[in-house]
Design a protein around this ligand. Structure first.
Ligand code: NAP
Length: 281
């Protein structure tokens, strides 16, 4: 599994990780086996959130990583409604209990809400000083939100921005990825398969993916992930409740696409114009 430096954290993190949204709705034994198989294969970046199943996804992750905590780059997120100074600290403590751990590797603000960023970031600072989080970042931040955050805390503090990024939603390529590259903030692609909108078999886009995949003895999903990961500093967190899917996703990290193949994918899934607001789900 290829890894890369995760923003300013000094940590090497697997470029393909594992998401957990709705994982608690899958067969529990299978879901835990899938997460553990992912760890075996080096998909050690595990992304969860207090929102997912109202803590049930965190509890499932806690069970899956029991005895293996040191292998994992563990990320969770505070809900915007909880992201006051005190609320963030209380939320983090609940998350740590659910995950059965004493620390997170990265803690994110899930999206911008009503609490001032300065309050949330002050709480992140406190949690970092207390050793409860090793780093912190943001999610669903557009360029102007990132700039505001940077002006509050300065360079080298924001570990990542976790944002929607898949073949059919490439809006972050306009300004967010370039901003993050300039300021050494890792970009984490969420819903890298479009949540449940992966190009349907038989569509023109799927045909391109299938042709490129067969040239590499790979799968269309591996090609899609490799496309998203073509830029250094980008990470992806596909969610998979089945071991076979995790194994498939793990194969993407070592797949290199040629310039010609990247250009074909660009044409099949055009970036489109910059939207007025950053898309999110
Ligand atoms: P996704 O990863 O784009 O797609 C998940 C779907 O793809 C599931 O139905 C899964 O099936 C299927 N799948 C995965 N690997 C597959 C494979 N190799 N072959 C065939 N099917 C495969 O969707 P997502 O869950 O929305 O996004 C990923 C993660 O990003 C989330 O779980 C969450 O951690 C994070 N996220 C963050 C935000 C945010 O606001 N920060 C928002 C959305 C998501 P099975 O489950 O049946 O294996």
């Amino acid at each position: 599994m290829r890894s890369a430096s995760f923003g300013p954290t000094g940590r090497e993190v697997a470029r393909v990780g594992q998401g957990t949204w709705h994982l608690e709705m899958a067969d529990r034994t299978q879901a835990i086996a899938a997460l553990r198989r992912g760890l075996d294969l080096g998909l050690t970046h595990i992304d969860t959130a207090e929102m997912y199943g109202s803590g049930a996804a965190e509890a499932l992750v806690g069970e899956a990583i029991a005895g293996r905590r040191d292998e994992v780059f563990l990320v969770s997120k505070v809900l915007p409604s909880n992201a006051s100074r005190k609320g963030t600290i209380a939320a983090c403590e609940r998350t740590l209990r659910a995950l059965r751990t004493d620390r997170l590797d990265c803690y994110l603000l899930h999206w911008r809400g009503g609490h001032p960023l300065a309050e949330t970031f002050a709480a992140f600072d406190r949690l970092q000083q207390d050793g409860k989080i090793a780093s912190w970042g943001v999610s669903n931040f557009d360029e102007d939100d990132l700039q505001e955050a940077l002006e509050l805390v300065g360079e080298g503090r924001i570990a990542c921005n976790q944002v929607l990024y898949h073949l059919q939603e490439r809006a972050i390529e306009h300004a967010v990825i370039p901003w993050c590259r300039r300021h050494d903030v890792a970009v984490v692609a969420y819903s890298p398969f479009g949540h449940d909108e992966f190009p349907r078999a038989g569509s023109a886009g799927a045909q391109v993916l299938t042709e490129i995949a067969s040239a590499h003895a790979a799968t269309p999903r591996q090609v899609a992930l490799a496309f998203l990961l073509r830029e250094a500093g980008v990470f992806a967190i596909p969610k998979a409740a089945r071991t076979a899917h995790v194994e498939d996703n793990a194969g993407a990290a070592d797949l290199d696409l040629s310039e010609d193949e990247l250009a074909r994918i660009e044409r099949a899934f055009p970036r489109g114009p910059k939207p007025s607001a950053l898309p999110m789900i």
